[in-house]
Design a protein around this ligand. Structure first.
Ligand code: GLN
Length: 542
């Protein structure tokens, strides 16, 4: 049976539990263990698909088409293990299933309650589909003491009782703040947070103490004494210079060794070569490029988490530092001279995914600038759609638009109502539900043999993840290709345009999918690697 590691957070939110879980999994993997990480989100949304990126950051999409929490992106980037639908659950989904069963009469007249029905559903989720694993890491969203998190903590308590200490481990992430007036790190918030957890029946086994400076030995011992753990189980977690340095740092502080000690396991020292290489590439760039990202949710970096990381990976692949200039597309609906003044310093322009009309004219203007000036351009999902609308306007179709923005006489981008899914034909009504109804998850595309993208991928068949409701309208293909925008990737049935490119441009690619979701620091995505290489070329020119 797989061993379970439960990860909770205390004191404040944003302590980096997701990164911690991802890093611990990477360390166990580096010791040869098979791992998987799961996220338990206590909120009542069924999934984050309908949540605003401003509130919740990006929606991470898995191969099997689940819209999940962005922490699953960290998990996948750090372990290379593809996340699945079964790795993220919310209170909303649990209640949805339970209420559907109750309505069907499946409970045979019983009273349906948080304990045992909700807690059993959480336990089943934690235990399901884990046969081939050594460790399952379960991260509980939120902070211990949150009302909506209580059933999750209770389910973990029950699991510990059932599995025993040898099969389960509780890691609690806390904050040890520095109080300037006292000139000291303070352990009291950690003590309170552990007391809160023990009040719920859980004695943590390992404490990961986030702090911004060295934790003195005396404080480490004090935390151990008051929180009832051994001194070695109090792991100082200082802020890391970059996220890819976190596994190395936690290893130095003894986190993985302490986890193995808890389980009574021994293993040879982990093979950290992958992480040494990644941090070396990150910390010792040999040049730099500046990429302008013209998007809508630029105020919150988490809204484009995977994109940000994929650009960094593209930089590592080329051994350059990537400076990202986030440009608010809405403020960008200016005259040509102002747009040129802002975009001229950019070595590459990227228009990312997005929803709704706001800011789209600014995005289209950026595509035009990139096309006319020969600046490397990368359009992702909505960005590809904008590249096609811009291309159509350049081809003389002045009214070119998307039906996403309202009725139009020239629907260069239109709603997809039918496509071939994994289980046969998928159909959608134009005015249907918003949640979980997009074309989601991994789909194959066929690339034209002599295209730029086929040479970038080194293959003519690819699989990439999608999340969209609209699609470039194939009936405009001739007009767009006549103007130099070539459809170089199509769905296998030849119906849905997946990639467009401009052969007469140094680097101009638009993709209907989200390649950023599959990029990893130790395996940068070829499109990001190619885009940054082209930006580097551009930097040498200007
Ligand atoms: N809004 C567009 C669509 O639904 C693009 C989506 C996206 O960029 N992810 O097709």
């Amino acid at each position: 049976m797989a061993r379970h590691i439960f990860i909770t957070g205390g004191v404040v939110s944003s302590l980096g539990k997701g990164l911690m879980a991802a890093s611990l999994a990477a360390l166990l993997q580096a010791r040869g263990f098979r791992v998987r990480i799961r996220k338990f989100d206590p909120y009542l949304n069924v999934d984050p698909g309908t949540m605003s990126p401003y509130q919740h950051g990006e929606v991470y999409v898995t191969d099997d088409g689940a819209e999940t929490d962005l922490d699953l992106g960290h998990y996948e980037r750090f372990t290379g293990v593809s996340a699945r639908q079964s790795d993220n659950i919310t209170s909303g989904r649990i209640y949805q299933d339970i209420i559907a069963k109750e309505r069907r009469g499946d409970y045979l007249g019983a009273t349906v309650q948080v304990i045992p029905h909700v807690t059993d559903a959480i336990k089943n989720f934690a235990m399901s589909d884990t046969d081939d694993l050594d460790f399952v890491l379960c991260e509980i969203g939120g902070t211990v003491g949150d009302i909506e998190g209580l059933p999750f903590v209770e389910a973990m308590r029950q699991l510990r009782n059932e599995m025993g200490r040898e099969q389960s481990c509780f890691v609690h992430v806390t904050l040890v703040p520095y109080i300037a007036a006292a000139g000291e790190l303070k352990t009291k918030p950690t003590q309170h947070s552990v007391r809160e957890l023990t009040g719920l029946g859980i004695q943590p086994d390992i404490l990961l103490c986030r702090c911004d400076r060295e934790l003195p030995e005396s404080e480490r011992r004090k935390i151990a004494l008051f929180c009832n753990v051994r001194r070695e189980a109090v792991i100082p977690a200082l802020d890391a210079p970059n996220i890819y340095a976190v596994p190395l740092q936690y290893h130095r502080e003894g986190l993985d060794a302490e986890v193995l000690h808890h389980f009574g396991l021994t293993s040879p020292a982990p093979d950290m070569a992958r992480w040494d290489e990644v941090t070396d590439r990150y910390e010792h760039p040999e040049g730099e490029v500046t990429i302008g990202v013209v998007g809508k949710y630029v105020g919150l970096p988490d809204a484009y988490k995977s994109l940000n990381e994929a650009l960094v990976h593209g930089g590592m692949a080329n051994r350059v530092k990537v400076n990202i200039k986030w440009i608010d597309a809405e403020l960008f609906e200016k005259d040509d001279a102002e747009i040129a003044a802002e975009l001229e310093p950019m070595h590459g322009i990227l228009v990312p995914g997005g929803f709704g009309e706001r800011g789209t004219e600014g995005k289209i203007a950026s595509v035009r600038f990139a096309r006319e000036r020969g600046v490397p351009f990368f359009g992702i999902c909505l960005g590809m759609q904008m590249a096609c609308i811009e291309g159509a306007r350049s081809a003389g179709i002045a009214q070119a638009s998307s039906t996403e923005f309202g009725p139009t006489s020239e629907p260069v981008v239109g709603i997809i109502t039918e496509w071939m899914g994994k289980d046969g034909l998928e159909q959608r009504a134009a005015g249907g539900d918003l949640g979980g109804t997009m074309r989601l998850g991994a789909y194959q595309a066929e690339l034209s043999p002599n295209s730029h993208v086929a040479s970038i991928y080194g293959s003519t068949t690819i699989s990439e993840r999608h999340r969209h409701r609209y699609e470039v309208n194939g009936s405009y293909r001739e007009a767009l290709e006549g103007d130099g925008l070539i459809f170089s990737g199509m769905s296998p049935d030849g119906l849905l345009p997946e990639i467009v490119e401009r052969p007469d441009h140094p680097w101009f690619v638009g993709v209907q999918f989200h390649p950023e979701l599959k990029s990893k620091p130790f395996d940068p995505h070829p499109l990001f690697k190619g885009f940054i290489a082209a930006a580097l070329q551009q930097a040498r020119l200007v």
